[in-house]
Design a protein around this ligand. Sequence first.
Ligand code: AMP
Length: 116
Amino acid sequence: MASPSNDTIFGKILRGEIPCDQVYADDQCLAFRDVQPQAPVHLLVIPRQSISDLAQADGQHQALLGHLLLVAAKVAQQEGLGSWRTVINTGAEAGQTVFHLHLHVIGGRPLAWPPG
Ligand code: AMP
């Protein structure tokens, strides 16, 4: 089957075409370890639905976005974290490189603020 033109590496992960180090999955989303971790724990939570970034989300995604946040907290706690940072980069200038909405869950070391 041909990939959709807006396909990303996360689309390939969702379809099982490339592997990931999965830590959680349900009917709405998937969570797995980032291949280039920025901290001892660095997870990504992605919706199964293809939404390129937060700017493309609207009211129809409200429940899904809430679910993704709750899953981010669940997987952080599953990893034993008491403190962590949840990040959504939106747009290339903000550091977004994969244009399939994703939440970073980063922890396991002290995190500076403000971010770079
Ligand atoms: P962002 O820069 O916010 O778009 O984040 C994209 C993240 O995806 C980066 O932290 C990458 O290291 C991560 N990433 C890219 N490809 C993969 C992959 N195949 N498996 C896991 N993480 C990936």
